[in-house]
Design a protein around this ligand. Sequence first.
Ligand code: HAM
Length: 449
Amino acid sequence: MPKMKKTPTKEKPKENKKTEPTKKTVSPINLLRGMRDILPVDQPVWDRIRDGARQLASSYGFERIDTPIMEETGLFIRGIGKQTDIVEKEMYSFETPGGEKVTLRPEGTASVMRAYIQHGMLNLPQPVKLWYLGPMFRHDRPQHGRYRQLHQFGCEILGDANPVADAQLVHLGYQQLKDLGIESTVQINSIGTPEARKNYRDALQAFFRSRRSKLSDEDKKRLQKNPLRILDSKDPVVVEMKAEAPQIIDWLDEESKAHFMKVLEMLDEMNVPYQLNPYLVRGLDYYTKTVWEYYANSADQDLAQSALGGGGRYDGLAELLGGRATPAVGLAMGMDRMANLLKEQGSGSATEAAEIFVAQLGDQGRKKALAIFEELRKAGIPAFEAFSKDSIKAQMEMANKKEVKFAIIIGQKEVLDGTAVIRDMESGTQEIVDALKIVQEIKKKLGRA
Ligand code: HAM
């Protein structure tokens, strides 16, 4: 056995401070700003969201796709648009040691379309319905509900021009929130074809130009580069001006208008509550025709003002990325915001606790307990344990804290007899059972036999 080092005995501190070695203090390393840990206590809420997303996507006939979190920077510049906030200010872009210009994905749609083109999915029966879930990165200004690593659940329908696809997706996001117990309203608009949008853009630019002096510096910049973004401005002066500004609906081409009407009719049919929002333009340039966002019906202004998800049609994206023209529509739900809301509502925060604790005494007991723990796990019965503890008292204290219903106790005697003790933690009664039948006995007690 290796010799143990003697614990150093405490020495009296010396009077002369100068001779004492200076203690080095190391500052702790914390999270990067805008990033966060999803701690075990929050995982049950996240699991509800993830599991719900999985089930919903497959029940609507979507197939899972995973794309890398890092892509060529050009994909997002071309896809999302050079003059969007995301591309201008929010991308984590850098050069790899090999000299490639890469970006941590700020969203999933451009990547999914890249994959669709690259893997020839155009040759599959259309539409191709894909879903994904994972982290995205935006160097956004951190605040409540806004993170620099955010998580999205997204669904994309590629190769379908029919308004029914838009309506189905609007419904899917609404349903996801509803399943989670979140009542929401959909805000919806149509931004038409790129040509209609260009004409509208010119009209909007002319309108705000004549009121330029009242705009903030930020909005003046937007006026020059991307006047549609002024509609997103929270500046009270602009909010007031907007009421008189031209509305996109009056600039829509006939086809976009007819498409939009059909989407709305189908939403009526499916009882999805929506509000027409003529100022909703969304922050990504690839959109055409229908765009929408979800907002919680909450009295809390913070919550009611940040979108829980959003989506839209993007019929021009495939060509922008070098593919054949492919009509497509999709949505992405913000998982962080859904999780925050569920936590604030106090729903789903309880850890799904195991109902069993496996306790042991002595080396033989520990070995046997390990085997029993494994048997339980294989039978789908989660259990707590504290195998590194020797004292049965400490283990029982832990079992109490975990609020389990039963503890299985294996000591030296039980190993020799081939038995196990099952202790009812509430009543304190104990029962000796055949160790070979432990899983059966536990199942019976939990009412799962
Ligand atoms: P998006 O509106 O940029 O759309 O993002 C979708 C959702 O992600 C937002 O509604 C919000 O809930 C969440 N989200 C965005 N940024 C943050 C952030 N910094 N922190 C926390 N949550 C955030 C898209 O990304 C499009 N790709 C959606 C889409 C799919 N359109 C067509 N297909």
